[in-house]
Write a protein that binds this ligand. Structure first.
Ligand code: URA
Length: 305
């Protein structure tokens, strides 16, 4: 395999280079690297403004670091130092610059609380700019299934297929989830499915604690508005975030816990994430027990009772 890409070689050379390039891209895709992005969005407006505003003697900014903070403009010489320290530079406030995480989490709480129903919540999320993941994801992945279902399942965050389709759990792990639910007579007309984080993290990385904290008020409100009888957390991160536990999933799974929706307290169960079961088929035996426990819990209070 050729290791360089030359544009001066013969047609055969180019065909070899092209094959090598295709191999490299295929390797990256298989490894989950399917977007050419950094971990966080880079505010190029602020960067170019900053380099124009900076005195020529200033040390060069590390261009590889994302510009997430609002860079201060050069203050007039007679401006009080105290004000200089806090005043933002209007010229550098790009509309794309996300607010700091604590501000975004506060905005998320207020926005989520204001949603009177699930449609309004989805619309609020569509227009919410506080989570940086929104800007790297293709689209919002809000929910799938029946919002009136008695059973609600919540995963961690969308993956590649979900990001493309705009629905949770439609990829390989979603197909396994469908088969698992079918084994206890449930499909997407009798379950409501969402994620703690509704935007795909780049390259399927784990959402950061800040991203999760920003999204948490929305999923809490989503659960409250859907008002299910039973909540199932798929995987450790979902269980830790929603149920406030520290245990890993192997310890936490299969135990009924209480979840306060804001309207009432409902039973909640953590079980293995289907992606884990794809990698660790031995876990399916315990997942099956959890499914039977869910079936029994649903039978305790039949529809309309
Ligand atoms: N994993 C998740 O946690 N959620 C999805 O929607 C897909 C995969």
């Amino acid at each position: 395999m050729s290791s360089t890409l030359s544009d001066s070689g013969s047609g055969d050379d180019w065909a070899g280079d092209r094959d090598a390039l295709a191999d490299i891209l295929a390797f990256h895709l298989e490894a989950g690297v399917d977007v050419a992005l950094g971990e966080e969005p880079v505010n190029r407006f602020a960067e170019s403004e900053a380099s124009r505003a900076a005195p020529s003697t200033a040390p060069a900014r590390d261009a590889s670091r994302p510009a997430l903070t609002r860079a201060p403009a050069s203050p007039p010489a007679d401006e009080p130092a105290a004000r200089r320290a806090v005043a933002p530079a209007p010229a550098l406030l790009s509309p794309a610059a996300p607010p700091p995480p604590d501000v975004a989490a506060l905005e998320a709480r207020e926005a989520a609380a204001s949603a009177p129903d699930l449609d309004a919540l989805r619309a609020l999320l569509e227009s919410f700019d506080g989570c940086p993941l929104k800007h790297t994801a293709t689209r919002l992945v809000f929910a799938d299934g029946n919002p009136a279902a008695r059973l609600m399942l919540v995963g961690e965050a969308p993956g590649r297929e979900e990001d493309i389709e705009g629905k949770p759990f439609v990829g390989r792990s979603g197909k396994l989830l469908d088969r698992m639910l079918a084994a206890i007579g449930i499909d997407r007309t009798s379950a409501y499915i969402a994620n703690v984080v509704p935007w795909r993290p780049p390259g399927n990385r784990t959402p950061t604690p800040q991203e999760t904290a920003i999204c948490l008020p929305f999923i809490r409100r989503q659960i409250e508005l859907a008002n299910p009888d039973i909540l199932v957390c798929l995987g450790g991160p979902s269980a830790q975030t929603l149920l406030g536990i520290r245990d890993g999933i192997t310890k936490a799974r299969g135990r009924w816990m209480a979840y306060d929706t804001g309207r009432r307290v409902i039973p909640a169960l953590a079980t293995f994430h289907p992606a884990y079961l794809l990698r660790t088929p031995l876990g399916k035996r315990m997942a099956w027990r959890d499914l039977l426990a869910i079936e029994a819990k649903l039978a305790e209070k039949p529809d309309g009772a």
